[in-house]
Design a protein around this ligand. Structure first.
Ligand SMILES: Nc1ncnc2c1ncn2[C@@H]1O[C@H](COP(=O)(O)OP(=O)(O)OP(=O)(O)O)[C@@H](O)[C@H]1O
Ligand SMILES: [Mg+2]
Length: 244
């Protein structure tokens, strides 16, 4: 059975159709990049998968659960965490408080504390810098550290699949390398599947795995990231050559 399955998913904002009948499946532990130009519908696709917007049509399954139109909290509980675009942290809260936001349903109970300690330790093992800075205000972290913090926060629900929107946006290349090193590690050690949106195919070609090219709300290409990235089909699909 596939881990994630989309069938004919459409996302609309009023009269504008952002995602047009998209279908694909993802396997356990797979890395899938979604690339494409501005306005392609990449973020809308992620939002639909994570339950941030309800699809206007189609069906989304996470393992054996139909998650179409379910709330982000329910979907997270079923194993899918989303890291939205823009690295939003609670700037005046500490790093650790940011990690604990969203785990608070039974806050204060002993079971909650114990579970949080385990999850925190796992996040700190992946991102030692967050442990060093755990009492610092999140707003004082660098951009790269904030990206690690939002990924760490998404890990707190123990996902099987993490959907990440443009993790490299606005970061220096060496910092992007560090973020991707951690993601690759998470995939290896936790068998975490990754659905990553990036505008360009550069990272997908470096990391490898599978890549889809999205444009005009549709998936135009789907294949091996390195092979596709070098292909002429990719260039023409990205820029829309040959269309009138
Ligand atoms: N909340 C919204 N309300 C109305 N229209 C929206 C909304 N969000 C996105 N859109 C529109 O939907 C289309 C797809 O946008 P989306 O943000 O999904 O694209 P994207 O591929 O993520 O682009 P980018 O690379 O710029 O992030 C665009 O035409 C955009 O203007
Ligand atoms: Mg986007």
């Amino acid at each position: 059975m596939s881990l994630l399955s989309l069938s004919n998913v459409t996302v609309r904002y009023g009269r504008l159709t952002a995602v047009r009948g998209v279908s694909f499946t993802m396997a356990e532990g797979e890395v899938l990049f979604v690339t494409g130009p501005n306005g392609a519908g990449k973020s809308s696709l992620l939002r639909a998968v994570a339950g941030v917007v309800a699809p206007a049509g189609g069906r989304i399954d996470l393992a054996d659960h139909d998650i179409t139109g379910r709330s982000p909290e329910t979907i997270a509980r079923l194993g899918l965490s989303m890291v939205p675009e823009g690295r939003e942290v609670f700037g005046s809260l500490s790093v650790e408080e940011n990690l604990l936001v969203g785990t608070g349903m039974h806050a204060g109970t002993r079971g909650w504390r114990a579970r949080c300690e385990t999850d925190l330790a796992a996040v700190y093992a992946t991102f030692p810098i967050l442990k060093d800075r755990r009492r610092s205000q999140a707003g004082l972290l660098s951009g790269g550290q904030q990206q690690m913090l939002v990924i760490g926060r998404a890990l707190m629900t123990n996902p099987r699949l993490m959907a990440i929107d443009e993790p490299s946006l606005g970061l220096a290349p060496n910092i992007i390398d560090q973020v991707y090193d951690r993601l690759t590690e998470l995939r290896r050690h936790r068998a975490l599947a990754l659905l990553i949106v990036e505008q360009s195919s550069t990272r997908a070609m470096m990391v490898g795995g599978r890549m889809m090219l999205m444009r005009g709300g549709e998936i135009l290409l789907d294949g091996d990231a390195r092979a596709l990235g070098q292909s002429e089909a990719m260039q023409s699909a990205y820029f829309g050559y040959g269309e009138h």
